[in-house]
Design a binder for this molecule. Structure first.
Ligand code: VG1
Ligand code: CO
Length: 544
């Protein structure tokens, strides 16, 4: 092996967002672009000589090429061993699991998550630390600083490694081990859930499951877990073959993009339980027969029913949700007598709480739920959690939700996304809101009294670090709220997210359709932010 030191220069725009660096494939294909970022990761780390690095991705276009580059650079930089998922495949939660199980120094995950893939689609990269979780801001900021002053990167002249076959080979002094992409993760999940009971439910014939892998990374995981280990009929998994362009789809499990699943679940002969996952397998959508579960509600239901699941029967230490996520889980935590933490958007903020043993379950309104079993959100885990609850309770998804609302009240909740908005317009909208924050409290607009207005700032309870400007919160006197923030994961223009929440304690009011129940808040959001006028959009791109 010959070490090659390649001169290079900073490339603009390599600032990682909410979950790593996401750009168009054509951007990543520019000579030196990926190399600059990977070397900047390695320069931000200390003490990895001779240690293990985990590498894998969601199988999207360019995954295979990028992995070969990273393997060569890891060898040149002095890693002792690289663990790669077979064919380059590792879902994000599986990567987290592998990092932890094999005590790796860290891992590089190649994914742009729910963003479309293919030659014209998106690509992404992020670094996870030895706890299996996304790097904290301290490290992502150091990576970014390195991209701004990089002058060289290290690589080797070694040929590509064979990623198709499990086994071990050498790249210079570094060992490369191609591992089963699924086994470690499936074993971990089997240790948490009652596979016997879930298996009996799925094999019984009376209960039917439909899992939509959206041609993304969870296909192999779903086959191994639902079909092979739990005995569900093969037809229970749809779109189960990972494709580099996700079959031309948008692997974001929401009612708009998971149209195949919605069609199945709203048909007259709909199965009992439907679920979908995203590009990299960390998100989940839960659907009952003609009944969609709001992700914030799903988190609350998991917390309220955790005692039915073997891995959580001993009780929850605490729960955490991101700020824009509805407060449904807060009500469960109160009843359980445990703490509920409110963090900024992005899974990295849960890591410290999980490591410190302060929380067991975490979740976000964007269809991410997870627990202390790994340090990422975990789509297949959430589906198994639901299946375990359904197997024990023997009730339908809808019955469980209605019962939950009767007990805790209902947090009507919706997110309105305006995608691909002109960046200047989006920034102007947020700047205008920020300027008006001080004057809003006390104002009465269309009969609604504004009680509070701020830009969310978070002090990490474990390490004291402060993250500011995490989203604008407008609280009303009746406890309703509106949150505005700009996405950190998009690649085209800006995405404005408007989060709307209203609590309804009266069960007689729980049958109202969500958008109707939130209509006054939706109108108020536009009055406050001038969404239509500033973005030129009449309606959101996606409503979840
Ligand atoms: C979005 C979601 C956020 C999630 C992030 C990564 O971020 O809102 O809750 O943690 O994606 O999810 P943003 O900045 O676009 O709102 V994933 O599944 O794309 O890794
Ligand atoms: Co994802």
């Amino acid at each position: 092996m010959n070490l090659i030191t390649t001169p290079t220069a900073p490339i603009a725009g390599q600032r990682p967002g909410t979950s790593g660096l996401r750009k168009k494939v054509e951007v990543f294909k520019q000579p030196g672009y990926l190399e600059n970022f990977v070397q900047s990761i390695f320069y931000a780390l200390e003490g990895f000589q001779g240690q293990t690095l985990v590498v894998g991705g969601d199988g999207r276009f360019h995954n295979d090429v990028a992995i070969q580059t990273i393997v060569r650079m890891a060898a040149a930089n002095g890693f002792g061993r690289v663990l790669v998922g077979q064919r380059g495949i590792l879902s994000t939660p599986a990567a987290s699991c592998v990092i932890r199980k094999h005590a790796a120094f860290g891992g590089i995950i190649l994914s742009a998550s729910h963003n479309p893939g293919g030659p014209d689609g998106d690509f992404g990269i992020k670094y996870n630390t030895g706890n299996g979780g996304p790097a904290p801001e301290k490290i992502t900021e150091a990576i970014y600083a390195n991209t701004q002053r990089i002058a060289r990167y290290l690589t080797t002249d070694t040929p590509d490694v064979d990623l198709g076959t499990q086994g071990s080979s050498q790249v210079g002094a570094m060992q490369v081990v191609v591992i089963d992409s699924v086994a470690d993760h499936a074993d971990l999940l089997a240790s948490l859930f009652d596979f016997e009971r879930i298996g009996a439910l799925l094999r019984g014939g009376a209960f039917r499951l439909c899992f939509d892998a959206m041609h993304a990374v969870t296909g192999p995981y779903a086959h191994e877990i639902f079909i092979r280990r739990l005995g569900a009929p093969a037809a229970s998994v749809i779109n189960g073959v990972p494709l580099p362009d996700f079959g031309g789809g948008h692997p974001d499990p929401n009612p708009t993009y998971a149209e195949d699943l919605i069609k199945v679940m709203f048909a007259s002969d709909a199965p009992d339980f439907g679920a979908a996952s995203d590009g990299d397998g960390d998100r989940n959508m839960i659907v009952g027969r003609r009944f969609i579960v709001t992700p914030s509600d799903s988190l609350a239901v998991l917390a309220a029913n955790a005692h039915f699941v073997p891995g959580y029967a001993a009780g929850l230490k605490g729960v955490a949700r991101s700020m824009p996520t509805s407060a449904a889980v807060d009500r469960v935590a109160e009843k359980l007598g445990i703490r509920c933490y409110e963090t900024p958007t992005g899974w990295k903020f849960f890591g410290n709480l999980l490591d410190a043993g302060q929380v067991t379950l975490c979740g976000e309104e964007s269809a991410g739920t997870g627990s202390d079993h790994v340090r990422e959100k975990d789509g297949v885990w959430a589906v198994l959690f639901w299946l375990n609850i359904l197997a024990v309770r023997g009730e339908s998804v809808e019955t469980i939700l209605r019962d939950h609302w009767r007990t805790y009240g209902r947090n009507y909740y919706s997110r309105h996304d305006y995608e691909g908005v002109d960046s200047a317009a989006a920034n102007g909208l947020v700047a205008h809101l920020r300027e008006s924050l001080a004057t809003l409290p006390g104002q009465v607009i269309d009969g609604a009294t504004i009680a509070s207005a701020d830009d969310f700032s978070y002090t990490d309870p474990v390490d004291g670090s402060v993250s500011s400007a995490q989203g604008i919160r407008i609280g009303l006197a009746d406890g309703s709220r509106i949150v505005f923030r700009l996405s950190g994961t998009g690649t085209e223009g800006a995405t404005l997210r408007v989060y709307l929440e209203r609590f309804e304690p009266d069960p007689a009011q729980h049958a109202v359709e969500t958008q109707k129940a939130l209509a006054p808040l939706i109108a108020l959001a536009d009055r406050l932010a001038g969404i239509k006028a500033r973005t030129g959009r009449d309606a959101p791109t996606v409503i979840t």
